[in-house]
Design a binder for this molecule. Sequence first.
Ligand SMILES: NC(=O)C1=CN([C@@H]2O[C@H](COP(=O)(O)OP(=O)(O)OC[C@H]3O[C@@H](n4cnc5c(N)ncnc54)[C@H](OP(=O)(O)O)[C@@H]3O)[C@@H](O)[C@H]2O)[C@@H](O)CC1
Ligand SMILES: Nc1ncnc2c1ncn2[C@@H]1O[C@H](COP(=O)(O)OP(=O)(O)O)[C@@H](O)[C@H]1O
Ligand SMILES: [K+]
Length: 524
Amino acid sequence: MILGYTAAQVRAAEQPLLESGPAGALMERAAFALAVRVGRLLRERRGRVRGSAVVLLVGPGNNGGDALHAGAELARRGARVLAVLTSTRAHDAGLAALVAAGGRVVTVVGEDGVPPAGAGGAEPVWLGDAIAEASACDVVLDGLLGIGARGGLRGEAAELVLLLAELLADDAPGGPAVVAVDTPSGVGVDDGAVAGPLLPADLTVTFGAAKAGLLLPPASGVVGQVEVVDLGLDLVGRTPAVARLERDDVAALWPVPGASAQKYSRGVLGVVAGTAAYPGAGVLTVSGAVRGGAGMVRYLGPPGVTAAVLSARPEVVAGEGRVQAWALGPGVDPHDRVQADRVRDVLGEALVQGLPVVVDAGGLSLLPGRVPPWVVLTPHAGELADLVSVRTDEEVGRAAVEAEPLRWARRARELTGATVLLKGPTTVVVGVHDAVYAQADGPAWLATAGSGDVLTGLLGALLAGRAADVLEDPTLAAALAAAAALVHGRAAERAQPGGPVSALAVADALPAEVAAVLDGRGAR
Ligand SMILES: NC(=O)C1=CN([C@@H]2O[C@H](COP(=O)(O)OP(=O)(O)OC[C@H]3O[C@@H](n4cnc5c(N)ncnc54)[C@H](OP(=O)(O)O)[C@@H]3O)[C@@H](O)[C@H]2O)[C@@H](O)CC1
Ligand SMILES: Nc1ncnc2c1ncn2[C@@H]1O[C@H](COP(=O)(O)OP(=O)(O)O)[C@@H](O)[C@H]1O
Ligand SMILES: [K+]
């Protein structure tokens, strides 16, 4: 599990180490680890460190200090290192170390070509020249802002990043790798907000612990691979702001049949999905459930859709009967009276009986005022925007939700009482006690019609398999939702690595992905 902490939590955990060790020791350790990692990257790209070109983008604080010290280490190993200062202040010891190691320092600040005070006599250069150097080097280190950032980048740093990011986005492969120092500069360290220009990173080397903003969307889309440098911070007892499950965590959550299992004990899922207008949603939802490992699936819907469901998945049983959980709503047009009433009735009954339920798509507008946390909503951004807008006098649009997914997922949880899984490139789950998960497991190919229906069925199967546990401990609902998002995302990659997938292909890849997750755990 990767845990993400706030800037304040990391600073508090650093404090005892800063007080007990010699001045600058922590930064030197951080910078040395950064240099080792960048050295590895340079060897992968150029065969060796000596002779390679590294450009440091340096801001006013300790984040710039990290970049300068790492640059000094790389210069000692023979790299050609250029530091570009974007502020009138820069970390003194870092500057001195870089200069002593043979690095060059330029500044893009200063009026009329006069170098700024306190920048070690840096040579003034035009912004365009600094950008040309950065775009032609092997690795750019983004050390403009770290956990001291307040809001997005401003001033010369913002201009530099805007233009460089545009240039690198347009460039064919072969441009520099971008390594973010601690965080891509200017991201919301605690909330993953993106306000202003950013340099998307290939790799983020983060110090002490992952910062929450690196895991949360939209920033999670620009961090590249995240590597945590262990600085020995003691974070025990501090509740992380966000968690990201990995395969081992999911293995521990997944219901595995014991030797004496039978289909009913494994969990029966009831599905109400699909209408004459959207029959495929019924097929995809039951496919997610059957392929995801439900003990049994019961389907309720119009005769035409039932026929399609049974022809695609003969394992399904049509009609009513006892279930341990429900999956409701994919392909349900709220104007289709019969199927909409069925969703309402089933939901009402499930709430009375106290059964876990997944509610998706058309089912979201049929939800009563308040529901318990073992009801899991699975909207995409547009559906969540509608849900909030209908229940408040706030006029929320899809773009607003995409800009601040966690904020709006929390709002939806507050308004409904449900556990909320907000789908997107990074899927955010908010559950009981404000537990937050952020999963980024699927390729962008997963953004294809019907793939959300498969997730609904899969999560339904999971809730049915662990229904009693979820009711006893409702915090589990969010963890299971995050687990379903992981398996769903990885199944898409497994279905066609690096290429397009159809929703049904994602469902078909679920058994192999579940087996891979469980590999080594054994049956319990
Ligand atoms: N603690 C430790 O021992 C260790 C810390 N480490 C490293 O330190 C980093 C944190 O360093 P930090 O605290 O100096 O903050 P940092 O992010 O470099 O810059 C803040 C400065 O930028 C400015 N500024 C703020 N917002 C701005 C904006 N939007 N646009 C423009 N400017 C803005 C603001 O200046 P002000 O506006 O207040 O004058 C402020 O001075 C951390 O990420 C990690 O890399 C590691 O070495 C491990 C050991
Ligand atoms: N850019 C992306 N990268 C990875 N996964 C994505 C991306 N965009 C969407 N997804 C995932 O694809 C699925 C789409 O679901 P949804 O929007 O409900 O589609 P549908 O309603 O057609 O089934 C979700 O699981 C979502 O998390
Ligand atoms: K940075």
